[in-house]
Design a protein around this ligand. Structure first.
Ligand code: AN0
Ligand code: CP
Length: 317
């Protein structure tokens, strides 16, 4: 693996999953692989899990890390081409990415969708600019359109908890007070289908995801019907893709409740976190044995470590 921007960088998903489960059993198996190497974690947005799991994953591989919070510590970055830079943005990505790439062996970036201009977010301008101007491998820590490290951790978690070979997985939209990106939902849909699981997506009308993410999944507008017989229920809010970035509904009837979980096949509850209690999902579900939210977050270390292991091995070739 040269870089990790999306599932398209994964040539063999079963092999990557096998690697992950092996690393889970023995996290220190590749403790020397990253020695004498370093990674820079660049955040344009906040993070708890991604930031800490990436540092822990690097530690397990002997890889040193540095963290740059662009918002509070770095110069504001300009990404546009041919811009007269007389606004608040002091540095262009051309110089910033080249400089960072000269200091580190791997660069990981978080840059959320701004939810203003769909073409801009879906062109993946930030990731593509780093790829173009930074001479070392790039890792996506949530970009305009995807969050593949999260989806990989989710897949590992399903693999560890599934009772049948092809579980019924339901992605349900849930209400949230603020407009959120589609990134987590997009990647979840892609990875679940790449793993050949049975995916149903449910959301109010107007929340249709981009076609490439929906793929061959079943879309059901009635949440209760969708949940029938589910083995895994993955809740997530996202803002509208068609009416880009807009909050079209805050309908509390879409919250995941214990009553709704009773419609499932003793299904497990999943969410990427951070989660708003009693808005996205009620306490009773999160605090029950059905909830997998902590194992998911735990597996973020494994997902990053597996990706780093593959990138470091490729660098040694
Ligand atoms: C972000 C999102 O929905 O993309 C990050 C999730 C990992 N969530 C929030 O901003 C609450
Ligand atoms: N799930 C996730 O990516 O969490 P953070 O935003 O805290 O990194």
């Amino acid at each position: 693996m040269k870089s990790f921007l999306s599932i398209q960088d994964v040539s063999n998903l079963p092999a990557l999953l096998k690697d992950a489960l092996e690393i889970k059993k023995n996290p220190h198996l590749y403790a020397k692989l990253g020695q004498q190497k370093s990674m820079c974690l660049i955040f344009l947005n906040p993070s708890l899990r991604t930031r800490l799991s990436a540092q822990k994953a690097a530690f397990n591989l002997g890889l040193s890390t540095a963290v740059l919070d662009v918002g509070s510590q770095g110069w504001q970055l300009e990404f546009g081409d041919g811009i007269i830079m007389d606004s608040d943005k002091a540095e262009h990505i051309k110089e910033a990415a080249a400089v960072i790439g000269s200091y580190f062996d791997v660069v990981a970036i978080r840059a959320f969708a701004k939810l203003e201009d769909r073409n801009e977010d879906y062109s993946e301008q930030v990731m593509e600019s780093f790829k173009k101007y930074c001479p070392v491998p790039i890792i996506n820590m949530e970009s305009g359109t995807g969050h593949p490290l999260q989806a990989f951790a989710d897949l590992i978690t399903i693999e560890e908890n599934k009772m049948v070979a092809k579980p019924k997985v339901v992605l349900t939209w849930a209400p949230h007070p603020k407009p959120l990106p589609q990134a987590v939902a997009n990647s979840f849909c892609r990875w679940i289908q790449a793993a050949n699981f049975d995916l149903t997506i449910t959301h109010p009308k107007g929340y249709e995801l981009v076609d490439e993410a929906v793929g061959k999944a079943t879309v059901v507008y009635n949440q209760q019907n969708a949940l029938d017989g589910a083995d895994f229920v993955y809740a997530k809010n996202w803002s509208s893709y068609t009416n880009y970035g807009k909050v079209l509904s805050k309908d509390p009837d879409w919250m995941v409740t214990q009553e709704k979980m009773n419609l499932t096949n003793q299904g497990k509850f999943m969410h990427c976190l951070p989660v708003r209690r009693n808005v996205i999902v009620e306490d009773a579900v999160l605090d029950s044995d059905q909830s997998l939210v902590i194992p998911q977050a735990t597996n973020r270390v494994i997902s990053m470590q597996t990706v780093l292991k593959n990138i470091l091995e490729e660098m040694k070739k």
